[in-house]
Design a protein around this ligand. Structure first.
Ligand code: SF4
Length: 229
């Protein structure tokens, strides 16, 4: 089997970095870190990040420290897009239309527990950017399968392997009529950077599905070659 390529190192955005006290809140080599770092680099200081329960919530905030240098909202699992919708309308009402409102969520918060609010925001074409960093399992709660887990994946809740196909999130969101849907992967950071830039120029609901599991880098490469809508 071919060796997994190392993740590229990237310059720190200065708007996202783990403070020393929070080292160890993310696994060594976690792909969500460069995904967050590039997001902060590209969208800049006029951004608010809404994050439901997830690994990202864990490495973003502790009682005394925060990894983001932009406003950050730690929200409940079920309704991050609803919170983002409220923020969007509040900023708009104050004439602050240039503030980017971004949801940064894992696959469980996106496709299982949070799906209703996601679908609602996409249907209403809310002017927010939703980023799902997909590690294909609910690692923050001990590795249970999610509907983004690939078929036959063995997890604590599927000891004989997942019996269904991976939920096709980008196509589902595209079917809502969202003006921008794309897939990306942390193995291809230039591509991810370019898609962040494009998504920032679009008004309306934008969805970016970022593959990050190290085991799935080959599949991630294919995801990069496929797709923007
Ligand atoms: S389980 Fe995955 S997403 Fe969570 S901190 Fe570890 S590498 Fe990152």
């Amino acid at each position: 089997m071919a060796a997994t390529p190392p993740l590229p190192t990237i310059p720190r955005s200065k708007r996202f970095s783990l403070p020393p006290v929070m080292k160890g809140t993310a696994c060594e080599g976690c792909g969500a870190l460069p995904a967050a770092d590039l997001l902060a680099e590209i969208l800049g200081p006029k951004m608010v990040v809404v994050c439901p329960a997830s690994c990202a919530a864990t490495f973003s905030l502790s009682y005394t420290s925060a990894s983001w240098k932009v406003p950050f909202v730690h929200w409940i699992f079920e309704s991050a897009p609803a919170a983002a919708t409220g923020l969007r309308h509040a900023y708009d009402a104050r004439g602050m239309r240039d503030v980017h409102v971004v949801c940064f969520a894992g696959d469980s918060g996106t496709l299982d527990i949070g799906f209703q609010a996601l679908s609602g925001a996409a249907s209403r074409n809310e002017n927010i950017l939703y980023i799902c960093y997909d590690n294909e399992v609910a690692m923050n709660t001990q590795g249970q399968a999610t509907s983004s887990s690939p078929a036959m994946a063995r997890t604590p809740t599927t000891p004989r392997g997942v019996s269904t196909l991976k939920k096709d999130a980008p196509r589902i969101i595209a079917a809502h009529g969202a003006p921008y849907v794309a897939t990306a992967a942390v193995s291809h950071l230039e591509d991810y950077r370019m898609k962040l830039r494009r998504s920032a120029k679009v008004r309306g609901f934008r969805y970016l599905h970022v593959r990050k599991s190290l085991q799935a880098l080959e599949a991630a490469s294919q995801a990069v070659e496929v797709s923007e809508r």
